[in-house]
Write a protein that binds this ligand. Structure first.
Ligand code: 48F
Length: 256
């Protein structure tokens, strides 16, 4: 029995990993925008792999606001939440609330049920840059990175790489620093996240969601960091709409 159990895990994991070595979309970060983008792209029939640094996908959803595990979103986000069968409660004035644990698990389930693969405890530490485009991600196990082991990474190639890493915009920062590229922001470089202004931050998250460079896309707070948008705290409608918008852009590009 011992050998059978181990063999089942190893065989299935490597078959799964092998199927993700070259994908249509590589998504870095399983936060709300990345999970919604993954679900929409996979539901359209394209191949998607999400690489998530933490053991648990879901990003900033789980803790709600200041660990009060409820999140808030606007009426305009309801069609997206309905697609994930999320249960919510009206809070008045066009706002709704939902249990943060329920939302996080619904988005993870929706993305994976649509066919997206999530590789958790995997950190994207670099990009592939060739023929003047971002062409993939360089990955390693998060514990390898955390323990600073001197271990070379492996590579996954992709037609589209989505930075869904949240506030730090790690992939965009790496691309501009190491490849020296000018990205599609007003200054051509990473402009940095501005302080809290909820209305502005919510709108700019969606506006700033875009293709920044051939093969490189931004969603969620990473898009706001790249383009100099305000932060907005625990209101999630903009994140949800950002994920849906970037999926549409990526699907148009990979089908072009
Ligand atoms: O930050 P995060 O939840 O992304 P988001 O979609 O949503 C932001 C909101 O949660 C919240 C907010 C709401 O209004 O402002 O902050 O922009 O999730 C980002 C995920 O990316 C992972 C990280 O662990 C988190 O789960 N991540 C970050 N860098 C890497 C990474 C990396 N280099 N490799 C793999 N995963």
């Amino acid at each position: 029995m011992e050998e059978k159990i181990t063999s089942a895990i190893v065989d299935r994991f490597f078959a799964k990993f092998k199927s993700a070595l070259s994908v249509d979309a590589a998504i870095v970060g399983a936060g709300p925008s990345g999970l919604i983008a993954a679900r929409d792209i996979a539901a359209a029939g394209a191949s998607v792999a999400i690489f998530e640094r933490k053991l648990v996908p879901g990003g900033g959803i789980w803790g709600g606001g200041m660990l009060f595990n409820e999140i808030v979103f606007q009426e305009s986000a309801l069609p997206i939440l309905d697609d994930f069968a999320v249960k919510y409660t009206c809070a008045g004035d066009g706002f709704y609330t939902a249990d943060a644990v329920h939302v996080a698990s619904a988005l993870i389930y929706g993305a994976t049920a649509a066919g997206a693969l999530i590789f958790n405890a995997v950190t994207v530490e670099d990009i592939v840059f060739k023929d003047s485009r971002v062409a993939g991600v360089v990955i390693n196990w998060t514990p390898v990175n955390r323990l600073e082991m001197h271990v070379d990474p492996l590579v996954v190639t992709a037609k589209a790489v989505l930075d869904g890493t949240g506030h730090p915009a790690e992939i965009i920062q790496t691309a501009t620093r190491k490849a020296g590229i000018k990205i599609d922001t007003p200054t051509g470089s990473v402009m940095g996240e501005k302080p809290m202004w909820m209305e502005s931050g919510e709108a700019s998250t969606v506006d700033n969601t875009r293709r920044l460079y051939p093969g490189l896309y931004a969603s969620g707070m990473a898009a706001n960091n790249a383009c100099g948008g305000f932060r907005m705290g625990p209101v999630f409608g903009g994140m949800f709409q950002s994920g849906r918008k970037i999926a549409r852009i990526i699907l148009e590009d990979i089908n072009a």
